[in-house]
Each structure stands twice: as C-alpha cells, then as structure tokens.
Design a protein around this ligand. Sequence first.
Ligand SMILES: Nc1ncnc2c1ncn2[C@@H]1O[C@H](COP(=O)(O)OP(=O)(O)O)[C@@H](O)[C@H]1O
Ligand SMILES: [Mg+2]
Length: 285
Amino acid sequence: MVVDNIARTQTERDLTSIPTIPQSERIAPISGAAVVDVQDFSAYYGAFRALDGVSMQIAEKKITALIGPSGCGKSTLLRCINRMNDLVDGFRAEGRLTYHGQDLYDKGVDVVEVRRRIGMVFQKPNPFPKSIYENIAFGPKVNGIKGNMAEIVEHALRQAALWDEVKDKLQQSGLALSGGQQQRLCIARALAVQPDVILMDEPCSALDPIATLKIEDLMRELAKEYTIVIVTHNMQQAARVADYTAFLMMRQDRAGELVEFRDTDALFTRPRDKRTEDYITGRFG
Ligand SMILES: Nc1ncnc2c1ncn2[C@@H]1O[C@H](COP(=O)(O)OP(=O)(O)O)[C@@H](O)[C@H]1O
Ligand SMILES: [Mg+2]
C-alpha cells in the first residue's frame, strides 16, 4: 500500500514536473503605478480550479495583454477584475485582488460601482437593440451621471472614433452598424459611464483585419487616459498593442497558471521560461 502510494506520487511528479525557473525571474514588476494588484489569486468554478496562484500587476494607463492557449483561464482572470464571475453559480475566489489598494472581494464592496469603474467589452459586439444614441445614453442615465446628455453621447462617440461615421444617424439602431462599428459603439458605451479601467475579451476576434486595426489604433489612443486589459489569442495583436504581456497556461490538472509576465518586448524577444518560448514560436497552442 505504502509502496503503491509512493509509486503514484512519483508518476504524478514526472508528469507535471516541467523544469521552471523561479517565479521571481518569470514575473517581472511593472515600472509605473499599479491600478490592479493580483496576489496569489485562485479562482474556482465549483470544485474545478480554473486559476491557481496568479500574481501580477496591471499598470496604470498602459495596455496589458493576457495570452495563452484556449481554456487556460484568460477570460476567467479578466472577469475576476470586475467581479463579472460573481454571476456564475458556484464561482469562488481565493487570494487578493486589489483595485487602487482596495480588496475587490471584501464584503461590502459595491459591485455595481466596481463594474462602472472597471468596464467590459466582449468578444462579440453586443449593442442594445436600441438607437445609437440610446446605447450610449443608457449607462450615464442609470448611473446618475450629470451633464448635458447630448454632449456626453458625442464625447463618448468621439473618444471611440465613431462620431464622424454616425453623427447623422444617431436615431438609427445600433444593430444596423457594421461589426467594427458595433464594437466601437460598445467601447463608447463603456466609456460613457466614466470608467478608469477597460477590460476587453478578444474584442477583435469577430472582426475583419481592417476593423481590427481600427480597434487597435483606438486602444493605443485610449491608453493615454485609461488602463486597458485585453485578452487575445492573437500573439501578433499582443505584440502590436500591449505594453505588458502575461502568458498563462494550463497545468495537467487543467488549472491555469501564470507562466511569465513582463514587458511585451522582453516577453516576445527574450522569454525566460521554456514554455513561453515554445508557445510564442508556435510549438503548441
Ligand atoms: N462558467 C463556467 N463554469 C464552469 N467552468 C468554466 C466556466 N467558465 C470557464 N470555465 C472553465 O474554466 C477554464 C478556463 O476558462 P476560460 O477562462 O474561459 O479560458 P480562456 O479564456 O483562456 O479560453 C476552462 O476549463 C473552462 O472550461
Ligand atoms: Mg476566453
């Protein structure tokens, strides 16, 4: 019996023991201020651990990309940053995730306010089945944001580089726009409630290359004022737009872990971990 146990432990160790260098060499600190600080953070869906012990920081007014193979927990991590996973039955988090120093998972945190400050843009553009104007005005109205609504709408549409294309048809349905325009409408909608951080989950994966480049240009522009976190399965996109890149991977037990995190250029040109190197050179994933 004892021998059996030892044998099994040995096998498990062989299967999971990928030689890695210490975390301190794989997870580099950011250079400026951190808006979000993730410390030894794990996430569970019921008994399933989707993320294990992630530690990283999100730099202020920079773009941080989360990359890695499908199922490694990129969306889970992103959705933890504005507590979107609370909507999933059986979801549970461990560790610390702070926003400007405040633990987002503390009791008493106002989740509605969290989601206003930390906005989200999804993979598939999802305008409301309402006019372009109403798509933007809805959030500020609900959140009691004061000011001239027509000006708020125009400002958000200008910020999202959409104003010139829609200014003459604000009463038309948001759903009548092209895919790329719809996605910029969703970005404008997120901006209209005056957020601080914008989370984007594969925002270009449903778009053609031209619409994709427009969104990437827009992201670079927005990063002057906002902190952006983007999930992308497109490594070229991460290399083009992100200041920092986090590479996540699934372990044998399917828990996602953060393999490497550093500034984008360093991660793509001088990866420290063999697994990062294998992934960015296309050996798996
Ligand atoms: N709502 C959910 N309920 C249960 N399991 C989930 C849920 N969402 C994601 N998962 C699981 O968590 C893991 C990570 O998923 P996800 O964060 O979507 O990965 P990625 O975005 O990197 O593809 C996967 O194994 C996935 O099946
Ligand atoms: Mg995902």
